[in-house]
Write a protein that binds this ligand. Structure first.
Ligand SMILES: *Cc1c(COP(=O)(O)O)cnc(C)c1O
Length: 383
């Protein structure tokens, strides 16, 4: 027992993947004498991502949040503008645009994938909408067509929050490549990580030059280093959005193993799906849905229980066995900020219901078969 009276955690919810080459690459960055941003490792990460995703430009950032903030700047959102997003998401999806003074217009999610309902999003977008921000929850692609069509009709940008999406595809296209731009996360909790990190994907080459300026403190330093201007100076607003090359070195060691990481997670995911299927058949829990045209990256394995009481009791049951299972987003429209904007209980029934019933099971590349078996048998024993 620990001081809190709880047994120690034997199986954590997440444990970061480690390829084994991270320290070697970091030492090389140190030896090369370039540990600030945009060194060789940053460039190699960007090239690798551009090749993997088939996009014109990827810029590494200090986080997905930073990439979303850059996207908000590139969209030119400001006071009086609106942006459309799901209420069931991480706070950064909203905050990046809210920070610029724009107003969030929340919509509900679909019952099956828990992604933003694309038809509700299209309806919610209007003349004031500067951006529509779909979130690919659990690495399952949103239905992009109605969103892209509506964005074109009202002159809004589409910014994909693909924080959880690396390695996944929709109709064969990697997530993050359908909108005008997209944000990836390399936070410790994501499939590929460097602790804290992210990337901005630019699918429209028209955004590249300004994005480079915003990322380099509002200067044209990137053009200077390419020899395109003979000195660099202050040309626009901006901030410092680029990560140290030490972190890029760490990240490269993982990006090179993307397929291996996805494969390891796939095995675990499929085992959960197979062994927990009786729960769904017996009406005890709803398991994740993967539409046929979605290639997942196995980012999250969740259970949807009957009600909040059952969900919390299962979390406690697992915790008593030393297993950490966790809930996920509290609806943003019911947060203090959401309520201050006039949102109320009952507006988004699917979001509100799912938020109280969802439980995520441990899922990480290094989860052993033995530990997973313990998780599964402990879940089954609960019922
Ligand atoms: C993890 C996550 C973020 C934030 O990523 P950071 O890299 O921590 O800034 C944003 N949106 C979603 C959907 C996420 O899952």
């Amino acid at each position: 027992m620990t001081a809190s009276g709880m047994p120690p955690v034997r199986i954590p919810f997440n444990r970061p993947y480690f390829s084994g080459r991270e320290f070697d690459y970091m030492r090389r960055a140190l030896e090369a004498g370039h540990i600030s941003g945009d060194g060789d490792f940053s460039k190699e990460c960007q090239r690798l991502l551009e090749r993997t995703l088939g996009v014109p430009k990827v810029l590494l950032t200090t986080s997905c949040t930073a990439a979303l903030e850059m996207a908000a700047l590139l969209c030119g959102v400001g006071p009086g503008d609106e942006f459309v997003l799901p209420s069931f998401t991480f706070v950064s999806t909203a905050n990046a645009f809210f920070l610029r003074g724009a107003r969030p217009v929340f919509v509900d999610i679909r019952e099956d994938t828990l992604n933003m309902d694309e038809h509700l999003a299209a309806e919610a977008a209007g003349e004031r909408t500067k951006a529509i921000v779909p979130v690919h929850y659990a690495g399952i692609g949103c239905e992009m067509e109605p969103i892209l069509a509506r964005a074109r009709a009202v002159g809004a940008s589409v910014v994909e929050d693909a924080a959880q999406g690396l390695g996944a595809a929709w109709h064969g296209r990697p997530l993050g490549t359908a909108g005008d731009m997209a944000a990836l996360s390399f936070h410790e909790t994501k499939n590929v990580s460097c602790g804290e990190g992210g990337a901005l994907i630019l699918n429209d080459p028209g955004f590249v030059e300004r994005a480079e300026i915003l990322r380099e403190k509002g200067t044209n330093r990137s053009r200077f280093f390419r020899g395109q201007v003979d000195k660099y100076t202050w040309v626009d607003i901006g901030s410092s959005f680029l990560p140290s090359d030490l972190l890029a070195a760490f990240l490269l060691a993982q990006l090179e193993r993307l397929d291996e990481i996805t494969g390891l997670r796939r095995r675990l995911y499929e085992r959960y799906a197979q062994e927990l299927a009786p729960l769904e058949r017996g009406g005890r829990a709803r398991l994740p849905v993967i539409p046929a045209h979605c290639q997942p990256n196995y980012h999250i394995y969740y259970l949807l229980l009957d009600d909040v009481r059952t969900r919390d009791a299962l979390i406690a049951h697992l915790r008593a066995a030393g297993i950490l299972a966790v809930f996920h987003y509290l609806p943003l429209h019911l947060s203090p900020v959401g309520r201050s904007l006039g949102y109320q209980d009952g507006q988004f029934p699917v979001t509100e219901s799912v938020s109280g019933r969802l439980l995520r099971l441990p899922l990480y590349a290094g989860l052993t078969a033995e530990d997973q078996e313990r998780v599964i048998s402990t879940v089954l024993a609960f019922f």
